[in-house]
Ligand binder design. Structure first.
Ligand SMILES: [Zn+2]
Length: 346
């Protein structure tokens, strides 16, 4: 059973004390997932910030209100960003500049963000468009996928030119506390999580969230990638390496107890989706786009369709790795999948 020690999140601009020297803020997001959690960890001479929020007017206004309100008597000391998604890294460059603080982040997250900034038009490459069409995607959705880089930059302020690299296995001293740095994959590459053994606290970023299964997507730059394999491996590793009695402090939704159960549930959730795909492909040859409504039976708008496609392909690629599906390319280039007669394992 999950337990939620805080029944409500803090109001935007206010802070909830999680433990002595740990504060929780909540900022709005302009999405269906309409909020992000931001944490402050007491540091020598002030507060270390964990994640920055998206780069939009609302978030900057809230940061200014927090800096001149509840934090007006203290300083920020540094910013840690868990991963390169815009809701976490978006305001990072702005905040580092505004507060005069350094950025700590995994190398992959820093470079992923920098890479999009260097060439935001690259998702419009013909090769990527053809990739989507080969999986049965409608041209209008494929075209929208091409705008991902430009969309990303609309929500992300330019990063500082320098950063401090966080690496799995590092010990990070923040004020009086020591944290072990863990990194996870599948939702975002080299996503940073922090574990404080002494106080049983686990900042899990978007890797383990109470009520949401984090998006796990194949992107056209790595069409045969296996992010779901990485995600499942990370969930198992967290369950094996961390105790069950930690307070999980995620990037979205409420803090909770029940880490091991949540890791098990996430694995089960994705295995169930693989089962659905296997059943649908039994004796039939289907494209990834054919499989989207099997995995996501609800009505999807054109934006959600892109994410749903990428997540469905993540399951297909995992199943191909386990030889549970076979792949066939038709003369017109369209790729279809069928359930394998004798699945192996990997
Ligand atoms: Zn994320």
């Amino acid at each position: 059973m999950y337990r939620f020690p805080f029944s409500k999140p803090p109001f935007p601009g206010e802070m909830t004390e999680i433990a002595l020297g740990i504060k929780w803020l909540r900022f709005p997001l302009p999405y269906r997932l309409d909020h992000i959690n931001i944490y402050l960890i007491e540091d020598d001479g002030g507060w270390c910030v964990l994640d920055a929020g998206i780069h939009d007017e609302h978030t900057l206004k809230l940061w200014k209100a927090v800096l001149s309100g509840p934090l007006s008597d203290s300083h920020l000391t540094r910013l840690i960003v868990t991963h390169h998604h815009p809701d976490h890294i978006g305001a990072a460059g702005w905040l580092c500049h505004e507060a005069g603080i350094p950025l700590s982040i995994s190398q992959t997250a820093y470079l992923a963000c920098a890479n999009i900034s260097l060439d935001p038009g690259s998702p419009q490459d013909r090769q990527f468009y053809d990739f989507y069409l080969s999986h049965g995607m409608a041209p209008e959705v494929a075209e929208l996928m091409g705008t991902n880089g430009l969309e990303y930059l609309r929500k992300v302020s330019p990063l500082p030119n320098t950063f401090l690299r966080l690496l799995s296995g590092d010990t990070l001293t923040i004020g009086a506390r020591k944290f072990r740095v863990l990194t996870g994959d599948g939702h975002a590459p080299e996503q940073v999580m922090l574990y404080c053994a002494e106080d049983c606290l686990f900042f899990s970023a978007d890797q383990v969230i109470a009520k949401i299964s984090p998006n796990v997507s194949v992107w056209p730059s790595e069409p045969d990638g296996d992010p779901l394999g990485h995600f499942l491996r990370t969930a198992r590793r967290i369950r094996e390496n961390l105790p069950d009695d930690v307070l999980v402090l995620p990037g979205h939704q409420l803090p909770f107890y029940g880490l091991h159960e949540r890791c098990n549930d996430l694995v089960e959730h994705h295995e169930h989706r693989c089962d659905l795909i296997g059943e649908a492909c039994s004796g039939k040859h289907l494209t990834v786009s054919d499989l989207v409504p099997v995995v996501f039976p609800r009505e999807l708008n054109i934006h959600q369709l892109g994410f749903a496609f990428s997540e469905t392909l993540a399951h297909v690629n995992r199943m191909l790795r386990r030889a549970e599906l076979t792949k066939a390319v038709a003369d017109d280039g369209v790729i279809r999948y069928c359930k394998a007669d004798h699945p192996g394992s990997s």
